[in-house]
Design a protein around this ligand. Sequence first.
Ligand code: HGY
Ligand code: MN
Ligand code: MN
Length: 399
Amino acid sequence: MLPIQPARFLEDLHNLRGFGAAGLGKGVVRPAYSEADIAARGWLAARITEAGLRVHVDPVGSVFGLAEGPSLLLGSHSDSQPEGGWLDGALGVIAALEIARAAREAGGPAVSVVSFQDEEGRFGVTTGSAVWSGSLTLKAADLLVDRDGVSFGAARASMPGRSEMFVDPSQFSGFLEMHIEQGPVLDRESEAIGVVDAIVGIRDMKITFEGEQNHAGTTPMQGRRDAFQAVSRFNTLLADRFANVVTPRTVWTIGHISLHPNASSIVPGRATFSMQWRDGDADRLGRMEQIIRDTAQEVASSGGFELRFGPMLGLEPVKMDTRLRGALETAAEAEVPGRWRVMPSGALHDATNLSGLMPVAMLFVPSIGGISHAFGEDTAEADLVTGLSVLAGAVAALG
Ligand code: HGY
Ligand code: MN
Ligand code: MN
């Protein structure tokens, strides 16, 4: 067994939480390229150097800690949602650091570490690992903009210490990512570990309805071309149209909407909103896309709106590697017999992008109340340490 040090692991996890700490509890605000994110990555690079690994910050700001020669890659991301929890991504990065240190102290196996940039998609969808894995060109990524119109190219240019070179993925024999479940299952079932069998796919695009800006008091309801009403009608119709296509696991979300000019006495002339949907079946994602486009077109034509679709970003559903997953299952059964399960991931992870480069596998620890992407996200420290032990057991076995 690798000589992991739970106290050192927890101390670094709490240190990382300090960068962008927000809210009353353990929340963080640490979006990609924010001051807090850049400072956190600087701190991480120093810890990686102290661990005896070679730091490499790639052109988009993903921070690697490289062992000499061939190695197993462990990691996740350290950027957060606009309002996030202290563990989403950070847990996998610090667990990777602790195992890399313990592996070096034990004389092997060789373990490298990574914290990918913009997994949370301030600009795209798992942008840093999408660029590294080649599923998104750097040129295309640089043109992506956040909700305030800042481009990825401008934001990454603000981050010091980036190399011009990307890390060569062929040095890695595989990728293991530990993550919080971000859902209610393990907590509800009082189980300690989830071993992931597959990660869902996703589609994400902006949709704009253009109607007619007008006076909220003098414009009769009949004949208004109120862009918010178009979104409302679209959303209601969609639920009906999806009824015989989706399953209880399918999800779709309108998480961001901007109305122009966004004033209480003005009928909004324009509404731009994010349309995101996820499912484990690529074919179902495609059928949902067609329904979304057709329904938006129907609302636009019947209500006299102009309709625009932004570029659609997406990732395909992926299955975890059998051998790596088997090592996690064996380690889980050894550590918490009968208190673990195989389960799908409804959240996206960098592991999806890496699955095109190398074998990948993931393990989950419980999220209290299933809360995530919110300041209230939390996991009992005993569960965090259990996850670390299972990950270490799998790494030792794969060694
Ligand atoms: O949205 C996701 O699933 C990931 O947490 N970014
Ligand atoms: Mn995450
Ligand atoms: Mn997340």
